[in-house]
Design a protein around this ligand. Structure first.
Ligand SMILES: N[C@@H](CCC(=O)N[C@@H](CS)C(=O)NCC(=O)O)C(=O)O
Length: 221
């Protein structure tokens, strides 16, 4: 049987949503081609790109003749399609394990991502883009994020990873935003002794080979 062509991921590795998909593909040992797009030139708003990502955002994903958008949906698809490749338990192996992973993926998308994405923009991207930071917004979102991390700290005192004792898509999904925040004043929320379980968890998930490879791709970008 002929080897299938690598899947395509559109968008720069430095995008948090793109890097979520890259980490999943590397965990699952799936060959991919990164099509970086020049976002400063608005390539993600061009008609051809809008055909595969109608909101004009990255990532977009192509696997032969199918295309998908939304990083968490793409990651689930990759895991379901390639159950027997790479990290086989990444999206669980039974209905309850999957539901638990989905539960924490939802927590990431609905509770963790809103304040952490605002902070990533304000603390990591705004200075690079010479945009003035909004101190009030930073403080408000640090408070919101601290409350979410208090819940995580309790959970991670009971289980090694968010969805149980195995690393899963739920943990992986937190890597992109947290990586950016670690280099900022907000990093302390993840590393201080006040949240020892979150700190242990972050050390464990961020030193996985898959994530180290994504960080290398981001540095090379
Ligand atoms: N929920 C989407 C978010 C996608 C998203 O916000 N992408 C950002 C980069 S991380 C983007 O394309 N920003 C440019 C824009 O919105 O014009 C996903 O997870 O794929």
């Amino acid at each position: 049987m002929a080897a299938s062509a690598p899947v395509k991921v559109y968008g720069p590795a430095m995008s948090t949503a793109v890097s979520r998909v890259l980490a999943t593909l590397i965990e699952k040992d799936i060959q991919f081609q990164l099509v970086p797009l020049n976002m400063s030139k608005g390539e993600h708003k061009k008609p051809d790109f809008l055909k595969i990502q109608p909101f004009g955002q990255v990532p977009a994903f192509q696997d032969d003749d199918i295309s998908l958008f939304e990083s968490r949906a793409i990651s689930r698809y990759v895991c379901e399609k390639h159950v027997d490749k790479g990290n086989k338990g990444l999206y669980g192996t039974n209905p309850l394990a999957k539901a638990s992973i989905d539960q924490w993926l939802e927590a990431e998308g609905q509770s963790f991502s809103p304040p952490s994405s605002t902070l990533v923009f304000q603390l990591a991207f705004a200075p690079r883009m010479k945009i003035k930071q909004d101190e009030g917004l930073i403080k408000l979102n640090q408070e919101k994020l601290a409350k979410v991390l208090d819940v995580y700290d309790k959970r991670l005192g009971e289980t090694r990873f968010l969805a149980g004792d195995e690393f899963s898509l739920a943990d992986l999904s937190h890597l992109p935003n947290t990586q950016y925040l670690l280099g900022t004043e907000t990093g302390e929320l993840f590393t201080s002794d006040a949240r020892k379980n979150v700190s242990r968890w972050w050390n464990e998930i961020s030193t996985r080979d898959s994530w180290k490879k994504v960080v290398e791709l981001q540095r090379g970008a």
